[in-house]
Structures are given as C-alpha cells and as structure tokens.
Design a protein around this ligand. Structure first.
Ligand SMILES: Cc1cc2nc3c(=O)[nH]c(=O)nc-3n(C[C@H](O)[C@H](O)[C@H](O)COP(=O)(O)OP(=O)(O)OC[C@H]3O[C@@H](n4cnc5c(N)ncnc54)[C@H](O)[C@@H]3O)c2cc1C
Length: 410
C-alpha cells in the first residue's frame, strides 16, 4: 500500500532529526515521516565524542565558525547567518538540555552523556507527531509532477517534499541513487585520520606528546598547528587530524603515501628556531646538547631522540656544535621529515569529504536549485569540518534550514 506524507526525511541521524523537528515546529499540522535504514536511531550521536557527544563548538561568530570547514566554508558562512552555534545552544536549552564548554571550546551536554542528546531528539520527535520508521532503506527516488515516490525496503512512500540526510559514505557508489535524479556529487574520500609512519623509529616514543607543534605536507606552504602525539603507528593529535582534513583530497590522490614535515616547536619558522638555538648555545656553551633543551615544550625523550639522530658524539656540548651540526639540529627540530605510509582511523571517528555538490544547493534553505521540494542536509552534502563539534553543527544548521523551508512551502 502506498504510504503518503507531506514531508519525508530520509536518514535518522542528527541532520534527519533536526530537519523533521524543524519542519514539525514550523507547521505542526503537516504529516512528517522519518525513514531510517537500520534498526537504530541516532547511532552516531550515541557513539560520538567518546560517548559524550561533542554537540557544537563555542564559536559564536558565523564567519569565524565557517573557517573550520575544509569543505563548505562559503556555504556555511551563509547558512550560519540563519542558524548558528547560539541557536543550537538555545534549541537544546529550550528542550531541557544544558550544554557546557570545555577549555578548548568543545561543547557537551552537562550530563557528559550522548544519550541525553539522543533521547531529547527522539522524545521531541514523538511529541511532535513525527512518524519514525526504522529498517526502512530508500533505494530509488522517482520524480513526479506533484512530488516524489520513494521505493523503500518496506514498500513505496509518496511525499510532496523530500529531505535527504543519509550521512557520509565510503564509496562513490553510495550516492548513485542521488545522481540518478540529476544531482551532481563530488567524489568521496575519508577525512579525519592519523598518519602511519611504518618503519620510522620515532614510533618507539609512542605516548610522547608536544602541546604546540606544526605539521605540513613537504613542499607545501601551509602548516597545521596544535598538539601532536606520537603513537604506536605514527602521528596523531589535533594537528595531524587537522592536516588530514584540510589535505584530505591531496592525501587520497597520493594513496596516503607522501612526505610530511614536522616542526616540534610549532613556530613554523626555521629562522626563528635558529635564533633561539644560537642564543641558547652562547648562553650555555658548557652544557651537553642532548641533556639541555632550549625548547621546554619538547619532552626530554623526544629531544634526546632528535639530537641523537644528528650528533656524531653523544656528549658534545653547545660550544662544540659546529655550523653543519647546528643546521642539521635545527632541521630535526623544526623540519623533521616523516614518510607517511598509510593512515589509521582516529578513535573510530571519521567524516566523509565529498558529497552533494554545493553549487546546486541554496545555502539559505538547503533546497536543490534543480528540483523544487528536494533538500539535502548533514554529511551527505560536500561539507565537513575539523574535530571539535563542527560536524554536528553543520548537521544541526542544514537540517534546521531544510526542515523549515520544506514546511513553509505548504
Ligand atoms: C565515531 C564518531 C564520532 C564522532 N564524534 C563527533 C563529535 O563528537 N562531534 C561532531 O561534531 N562530529 C562527530 N562525528 C561526526 C558526526 O557524527 C557526523 O558528521 C554526523 O553524525 C552527521 O550527521 P548526519 O545526520 O548527516 O549523518 P548520520 O549521522 O550518518 O546519519 C545518517 C543516517 O541515514 C541512514 N541512511 C543512510 N542511507 C539511507 C537510506 N538509503 N535510507 C534510509 N536511511 C539511510 C543511516 O543509517 C544513518 O542513520 C563523529 C563521527 C564518528 C564516526
């Protein structure tokens, strides 16, 4: 039997729930259905942020907020004018969920429990009469004069407006059913991962972290700054994750085999590092190089490792540090080469780079410019942010805008 509704939302994740709720809050009399392929609702919300759900980031300025998205910056700069971080905080507060901010700007529910967010969304959807159907995967969409007919695993569904919130995907083929509607997509590659440095002895320092480091692809201009962690596999931590996000496409092109450059001082300037080293050498000529650190943020084990890589004699003091040795030391400290041979997932947290091409989507409504009544929200769009709550904020914003506009069309 054909199941009919006014607005159909495909995908029961963060964007799907926000889209359905935004539509219901805008026009409560509308018949809204939310279809979820699996038997679980909001599964990523539940596992996100280590089970705490990093809901958003404490960045109230829409333009500054949008600069945290390697893909989608210009689109979100416009979208955030209509629904941004403050709106998310208010929305959850009005629905009984208080958020708190951690020192690095990440925002979590005060309960430190992602279940608080999931239950809030599910209860509100039920209260607002959203009809939720699980184990209902959408396979094909047929465009009709007066809306859409969806072929699903639980039979056909007819709707006047359609909001697609199916999240990211590993394979380009996962968006085939969207492309069949004539919607353009960009290719899908992973973002947010850590770097494998197979065979590199630095991995022996697993567990050592540097609070202010910088990292970049060798030969490229831009560094990514932040804490860097040496792991059993290679390099991780916020600076590595940021690089994986900003350079997601380039890294995929190279099949995750390429050279990086690590600046353990985080200064991003060979000249400055040289100046500091020279001043230190002049002040402490009798001190042994390997046991005295001009950069206190570089942990002792790492400093000794870097020195031993270039020192011919371990007990040299600073007065004995010749020109060539000095240069080699500077390079180890602020331009250490690291050969990447593959990637690893970061705590199972990852997002997709690529998706529905933003050029054909209105950033103020998230509606397709080609097909009236068809909307996209969340990670299915070619939008992804760095870690810190940015990906959920994109889902809340685009879901909210899509749901509201879809409801206003009636
Ligand atoms: C382990 C992990 C931790 C994370 N932690 C954070 C964090 O703390 N903060 C943050 O900002 N971001 C985090 N992220 C990223 C964030 O979870 C996603 O960006 C966000 O969930 C995207 O929301 P979405 O609704 O667009 O997609 P999803 O949450 O992926 O939801 C899409 C839904 O659509 C369903 N679906 C797909 N295809 C169909 C179909 N054909 N028919 C019906 N249903 C379909 C899927 O089953 C899924 O339930 C994390 C990601 C992971 C993997």
């Amino acid at each position: 039997m054909l199941n009919e509704c006014d607005i159909c939302v495909v995908g029961g994740g963060a964007a799907g729930f926000f889209a359905a709720l935004s539509a219901a809050h805008t026009r409560s009399e509308l018949r809204i259905q939310l279809l979820e392929r699996s038997d679980k609702l909001l599964s990523k919300v539940l596992i996100s942020g280590g089970g705490r759900c990093n809901v958003t980031h404490d960045c109230k300025d829409p333009l500054r907020m949008s600069s945290h998205y390697p893909r989608g910056e210009a689109f979100l700069a416009q979208a955030f004018q209509h629904f941004a971080v403050n709106d998310t905080i208010r929305w959850f507060r009005e629905h009984g969920v208080k958020l708190k901010t951690e020192s690095d700007g990440r925002m979590f529910p005060v309960t430190d429990d992602s279940n608080t967010i999931a239950q809030c969304l599910i209860h509100e959807a039920k209260d607002m009469g959203v009809h939720i159907v699980t184990k209902c995967g959408v396979r094909i969409i047929h465009l009709q004069k007066d809306g859409f007919v969806l072929e699903t695993t639980r039979g056909p569904v007819k709707c006047a407006s359609l909001i697609i919130c199916t999240g990211g995907g590993a394979k380009d083929s996962s968006l085939e059913w969207v492309r069949e509607l004539g919607i353009k997509t960009t290719s899908l590659v992973p973002s947010l991962f850590t770097f494998n440095l197979a065979d590199d002895p630095i991995r022996e320092l697993s567990g050592v972290s540097v609070p202010h480091a910088a990292i970049r692809i060798r030969g490229k201009h831009d560094y990514q700054f932040g804490p860097l962690l040496i792991t059993h596999f290679g390099l991780s931590g916020p600076a590595a994750l940021r690089l994986s996000a900003w350079e997601a496409r380039k890294l995929a092109e190279k099949s995750y085999h390429l050279d990086l450059e690590v600046d353990w001082t985080g200064m991003g300037s060979l000249q400055k590092v040289e100046e500091i080293l020279r001043a230190y050498a002049q002040e402490h000529p009798k001190k042994q190089i390997v046991t005295s650190r001009p950069f206190p943020d570089i942990p002792e084990r790492l400093w000794q490792f870097l020195c031993k890589r270039v020192l011919d004699r371990p007990f040299r003091n600073w007065a004995e540090c010749g020109k060539n040795l000095f240069r080699s030391l500077c390079h180890q400290i602020c331009a250490m080469p690291a050969e990447v041979k593959g990637k690893t997932r970061f705590k199972e947290e990852f997002v997709t780079c690529g998706g529905v091409d933003l050029q054909e989507i209105d950033p103020t409504t998230c509606m397709s410019e080609k097909i009236a009544g068809l909307y996209f929200a969340g990670e299915v769009l070619d939008i992804d942010g760095i870690t810190g709550g940015f990906n959920f904020q994109a889902a809340w914003t685009t879901g909210f805008l899509a749901g509201k506009d879809a409801a206003l069309r009636f």
